[in-house]
Write a protein that binds this ligand. Structure first.
Ligand SMILES: Nc1ncnc2c1ncn2[C@@H]1O[C@H](COP(=O)(O)OP(=O)(O)O)[C@@H](O)[C@H]1O
Ligand SMILES: [Mg+2]
Length: 452
């Protein structure tokens, strides 16, 4: 088992940008939600329900069941799913996708889902590996224009300075590693290791021993000491490989393709998956590995169709099943691909397996706290009037709209030469960028004009 040298894909943490402030569910020892903790505000009942779910997952009592978050847009459904993942820890695979992602011209819907399911199932194995380990003293990321989407800057490489108590090394790392550094939110003061062969990045914890590193009052990451000895070392590490990592590895092993360095982006043959399952069963029997069921989160789940729903229902029943979390803002709707009306546009046999958690709209106080947290996370300074205006927009239009205005407002303020967002910047931003209901209303007026 050791030295298998699989290039491990980091557990998918895509599209987490606007939720980067979330560090957990913010519950006390008794499972009660603290009004503002771990980056979350309010939404007390839903957070406590999510806390119970986390307990059930940890105790292995979620098998064959799933979770459904229901609530209007911008009420924190995705935020809560992210918080659950944070509570489960970085070793737990967490895959986030939107229901609409199954509609691809190149791959079958069930193949897209199968891959997502396999990415959200892990096996924990022990290996001795060569790693670079130390406290991060500096991260410099070099970005360049995306080849096809010129307004999109992609990280191409990074220089990371790692230090132990005895030495300091600056590594230049390629795009894949840089991507992980960004996704994991690695910053100065984090103790990390990077696998010398696979480039996998792992955060061990945070140190309080490094000067100049920003620390939070409440730090949920494990506090650790700066390691001793050399930066490059052999270390016994516990790795969580996903079933998808193993599928790709087995598939490349048995095919000529591996000689040309191509990977399977399209489809993994089903015999390969069967072999992987057999191998894992053997490892589990021999106690060489442990199964780690992760979370598959599907946002806008009403976008799935009947075929996808029955696939998921079957997946929940199978021997290796991830915890499936769905979110929707639809009430009664047609199940896609049928003429059947059903609650949340989902088949009843699936609904029967789901624990449903509602999220409710926020009041002004809660909106204010959430905007303040986002502003702090983005290192944005707001005047009192600017904040009040954003709160007003958050309540009247939507929280997401208010949160989304922060970045344009910052740019408008900077263009005026100000480091602080004032009322006028927010007003300007909200004039230039409208929210969804305003844009719909705007087009409706024009439609009426054209129809006359
Ligand atoms: N209770 C909360 N505490 C802190 N931030 C929140 C909370 N609810 C939502 N947010 C943030 O507000 C924004 C919109 O919420 P989101 O989770 O996307 O809503 P939904 O998925 O229900 O449409 C996101 O940036 C999210 O992280
Ligand atoms: Mg959402």
């Amino acid at each position: 088992m050791s030295g298998i040298g699989i290039r491990v894909e980091t557990v998918a943490r895509r599209r987490i940008g606007s939720h980067s402030h979330i560090r957990g569910l913010g519950l006390d020892e008794k499972g009660k939600a603290v009004f503002k903790a771990d980056g979350l505000v309010g939404q007390i009942e839903a957070r406590e329900a999510a806390g119970i779910v986390v307990k059930m997952i940890k105790e292995g009592k979620m098998a064959g069941r799933g979770i459904l978050f229901v609530g209007p847009p911008g009420t924190g459904k995705t935020a809560l799913a992210v918080a659950i993942a944070r509570e489960l820890g970085e070793d737990t695979p967490f895959v986030m996708m939107s229901g609409s992602e199954i509609y691809s011209t190149e791959r079958k819907k069930t193949e897209v889902l199968m891959e997502a399911v396999r990415k959200s199932l892990g096996v924990r194995v022990k290996e001795v590996r060569k790693v670079y380990e130390g406290v991060v003293k500096e991260v410099k990321i070099r970005r360049s224009r995306h080849p096809m989407v010129p307004y999109y800057a992609i990280p191409v490489e990074a220089k990371i300075t790692l230090a132990t108590k005895d030495e300091e090394v600056t590594l230049t790392v390629p795009e894949e590693v840089t991507q992980q550094v960004i996704e994991l939110g690695i910053r100065k003061g984090d103790v990390i290791w990077i696998d010398a062969e696979t480039g996998r990045v792992h955060r061990v914890g945070r140190t309080k021993e490094l000067e100049g590193a920003r620390t939070y009052d409440i730090e949920v990451k494990k506090v650790v000491e700066i390691p001793k000895g050399s930066v490059k070392k052999e270390k016994e590490i516990v790795t969580v490989l996903t079933l998808h990592d193993l599928d790709v590895y087995f598939a490349t092993q048995r095919s000529l393709v591996s000689f040309f360095g191509l990977t399977f982006e399209r489809e993994i043959p089903s015999e390969v998956r069967r072999d992987v399952d057999e191998t894992i069963k053997k490892w589990l029997d021999q106690k060489k590995a442990e199964l780690v069921p992760g979370v598959l989160f599907i946002d806008d789940a009403h976008m799935l169709d009947i075929e996808a729903f029955s696939f998921l229902t079957r997946a929940m029943e199978s021997e290796f099943a991830p915890i499936i979390i769905l979110a929707t803002n639809r009430g009664f709707a047609k199940i896609r691909g049928t003429d059947i009306e059903s609650p949340h546009g989902m088949p009843l046999d699936l609904l029967d397996r789901l624990l449903i958690i509602p999220t409710r709209p926020y009041n002004a106080d809660e909106v204010k706290e959430i905007i303040l947290i986002r502003a702090e996370e983005m290192e944005i300074e707001l005047s009192k009037e600017a904040l009040d205006k954003l709160v007003d927009l958050g309540v009247k239009r939507s929280l997401r709209y208010a949160v989304q205005l922060l970045e344009p407002a910052r740019i408008i303020a900077e263009d005026r030469g100000s480091q602080r967002i004032e009322l006028q910047d927010v007003e300007q931003a909200s004039k230039l960028f409208i929210d969804v209901s305003t844009s719909v209303e705007y087009l409706r007026q024009y439609e009426q004009m054209f129809l006359k």
